[in-house]
Design a protein around this ligand. Structure first.
Ligand code: ADP
Ligand code: ZN
Ligand code: ZN
Length: 710
């Protein structure tokens, strides 16, 4: 029996309950836990029975009875339970935690009666509306590349990596694959995942338009954390009962119960959002591949800039590849070529200029032609630091080892790590100097700066009598701050689409997925930061982001002028920019993989991080050091010494957050199996080491397998 137990409690395995009735494994039940009644999942029917009978009267007296099962919900299938068991084992978490977190929260929260009512209501609401005209939809004529990709998909088992440029028609391929599946197998279900909630509405509308007329409104449900608990329960039940044929969702959807799953699509598979950053730190992309094998469902990972892991897996079979690579290099539309990439060498521009004169000029030309520009800066707020030139005071967060960001709009200093927010002081808190100044630049300040630079420029064709010479340029900013409230993002995007905006300033949020037809200039004003980062994945992320941002431009072939991407850089000849100029992801990937190979980095090695949090660095690092020392015997016993490298603990990049000190320790191996074996054997030692640690009251630790940032 699995119940939801707190992480790291010693109740990590299944608990045993007695029952007069035999429940099938996978049945959802209510059981007593302490003084409460909680949701339980019958994990292992056999052991329940043996426990209840073989221990005889003594222990069945001790065993608490199961209260009852959740009526109207079929037991969770074995494949689902195997997925959960794999995820718990691989990511080093307890079964109960992973299983119960994978279920909609209302299953836990609602009383049996409330739940029964919900299920009844759902059953009633379904059915009357059968599709009025089944099979009526008007598919596009697929391009030869799309046809080839689909033909190959139908011949092979996969998993598949669909490597296609932005705008090459990948989504259309997904729609087609789902269509052919649903049409030929009348029970089948498909799971389609996207990285971000923001991207679900537009995907959902495309899927609805295609499938609702054929299969009815209930055939398609969404699953993401932006839904209300009631909506989540409803979607979950629809998927679990098999009524929903298509589930669209973010990473959490990988755990949806889909009894007839036959196809999994992971769009933008390289996106870091697929990796959970809390609880069980699972990768939904990697679990998709596992789940596909488990359930005999075909898996398609799609991207214009695949993760280097997936790219490497899709090398030719003769070289050891495991994924089938499907390629769609061409963009759809006669003139929709990929944008021309231009580099501005900042070594030859006026010192300290933010927007170089040639880039500004290019933007002004766009305004004059009635086209749009997108200016991209991956830092929100007005300025990352506020600074006093007299005494060198800086806007540090009192609770974190980080600066608080200056937000001019509401005149606050906000910590982006712990959320601590204060009004901006009138004068330097240290010396009283009234002249404290922002240092550096975020999107807010960039927006302000652009407004100044473009103040004299006018939009063409104005018929307004208020602005006889043309209206001022319209600038909009889209980032996490400007879209905090529900509906804001949609409203802002609608303005962009309506042509009500000339210049769009934003963070990576706007580089992803959104389809901007009238944008012909994409500008990255400061992409250099990631070139020489200590994080070995930084250049991979930068390349992906810039390629994606470039893909935003020129999607509308009816706009005559060619679209361009401008980069301001001090390293114009960097190989990353050279590859970007040629839109040559394979060249970038080959070079990057060669470096990884030489340095024995992933995907040529496997990593895990143990993170520790405590009141002081000493305690956090002391715990890690002790756990590392205590593992020595284990590694020898398991003959793993040669295969496992444990690095010394180090403080995390932002070492203190909300007054908690954070440290981490890297474990590496050339063998995934060796790493897995070591980690599972080491768990007990970590628990024991924590129990012996000083200051352990505040000591917490967690393992991150296949971490994305180190
Ligand atoms: P991606 O997902 O690769 O960015 P999409 O599937 O969104 O590409 O396709 C880009 C655009 O091309 C969309 O507007 C889509 O409707 C259109 N499109 C896709 N396939 C075809 C096709 N075979 N014929 C005509 N237009 C297509
Ligand atoms: Zn001062
Ligand atoms: Zn803080």
């Amino acid at each position: 029996m699995l119940v939801h137990t707190p992480a790291h409690s010693h109740l990590s395995g299944p608990l045993t309950y007695s029952s007069e009735q035999v429940f099938a494994a996978g049945t959802l039940v209510r059981v007593p836990l302490g003084k409460r009644e909680v949701l339980g999942l019958v994990w292992d029917q056999q052991s329940d029975q043996t426990a209840a009978s073989s221990d005889g009267t003594v222990s069945s007296g001790k065993l608490k009875p199961i209260v009852g099962e959740l009526d109207g919900i079929a037991p969770l299938a074995i494949a689902w339970r195997q997925l959960v068991a794999f995820a718990a084992g691989y990511y080093q978490r307890s079964l109960g935690e992973v299983a119960l977190a994978a279920l909609p929260p209302q299953l836990r929260e609602l009383s049996t009666l409330q739940l029964a009512r919900r299920i009844k209501r759902r059953v009633k609401s379904i059915d009357p509306e059968l599709p009025s005209c089944p099979g009526v939809f008007d598919p596009l004529v697929l391009t030869p590349e799309q046809q080839l990709a689909i033909a190959r998909f139908n011949l092979d088992r996969g998993p598949f990596l669909l490597f296609g440029s932005t705008g090459s028609g990948k989504t259309e391929v997904y729609l087609h694959l789902v269509q052919q599946l649903l049409a030929t197998d009348s029970n089948s279900q498909a799971l389609v995942m996207v990285p971000e909630i923001n991207l679900t509405p537009q995907l959902e509308s495309r899927f609805r338009a295609r499938f609702v007329p054929q299969f009815g409104d209930h055939a398609l449900v969404s699953m993401h954390s932006g839904m209300t608990p009631a909506q989540r329960l409803k979607s979950w039940l629809a998927a679990h009962s098999g009524k929903a044929r298509i589930v669209l969702g973010t990473r959490m959807a990988i755990f949806a119960s889909l009894p007839a799953l036959k196809l999994i699509v992971v769009d933008e598979e390289h996106d870091p959002s697929y990796k959970s950053q809390e609880g069980a730190r699972y990768s939904a992309r990697d679990l998709a591949v596992y789940r596909g094998r488990l359930e005999g469902a075909k898996v398609v990972l799609g991207s214009a800039t695949p993760s280097l892991e997936s790219w490497h897996h899709s090398r030719p079979i003769s070289e050891g590849g495991r994924y089938v690579r499907l390629q769609m290099p061409s963009r759809i539309g006669a003139d929709a070529a990929l944008p021309l990439v231009r580099r501005v060498d900042m070594n030859h521009q006026p010192k300290k200029c933010v927007i170089s004169p040639p880039m500004l000029d290019a933007m002004v030309q766009r305004v004059a032609r009635g086209e749009q520009s997108l200016v991209f800066l991956n830092r929100r707020g007005y300025a990352p630091v506020l600074h006093c030139a007299d005494c060198d005071w800086k806007s540090e967060c009192p609770h974190c080892s980080a600066y608080r960001v200056f937000h001019k709009i509401d005149r606050t200093l906000r910590c982006h790590h712990c959320g601590y927010t204060e009004r901006v002081p009138r004068a330097c808190p240290a010396c009283g100097n009234p002249d404290i100044a922002p240092m550096g630049r975020g999107t807010e300040r960039l927006e302000e700066h652009l407004a100044e630079l473009l103040a004299g420029v006018r939009r063409p064709n104005s018929i307004s009598s208020q602005w006889p010479e043309g209206e001022p340029v319209r600038i909009i900013r889209i980032d996490a701050d400007s879209t905090r409230h529900k509906g804001e993002l949609e409203a802002q995007l609608a303005r962009v689409h309506a042509g009500d905006v000339d210049v769009l300033v934003g963070t990576q949020m706007i580089a992803k997925g959104h389809d901007f037809r009238r944008i012909t200039l994409v500008a990255a004003i400061n992409p250099d930061g990631a070139l020489y980062s200590s994080d070995f994945r930084a250049s991979e992320r930068l390349f992906g982001l810039l390629m994606q941002a470039a893909g935003r431009a020129g999607r509308d072939a009816t706009i005559g002028s060619p679209s361009e991407m401008w980069l301001q850089t001090f390293h114009p000849n960097h190989p990353l920019f050279e590859a970007l100029k040629r839109h040559d992801y394979p060249a970038f990937a080959e070079a990057e993989l060669e470096q990884r190979r030489q340095a024995a980095m992933p995907p040529f090695s496997f990593q895990a991080l143990v993170r520790a949090e405590a009141r002081t660095q000493d305690v956090a690092q002391g715990f890690l050091t002790a756990a590392s020392r205590n593992s020595a015997t284990l590694a020898q016993a398991e003959q793993l010494t040669l295969l496992i490298t444990i690095y010394p603990p180090v403080p995390m990049t932002v070492q203190r957050v909300a007054n908690v000190e954070r440290a981490q320790m890297l474990i590496e191996s050339v063998s995934r199996t060796a790493l897995q074996n070591f980690l599972s054997a080491w768990q007990g030692i970590l628990h024991a080491t924590r129990t012996q640690s000083e200051g352990r009251g505040l000591l917490r630790w967690a393992i991150d397998v296949d971490p994305l940032t180190i």
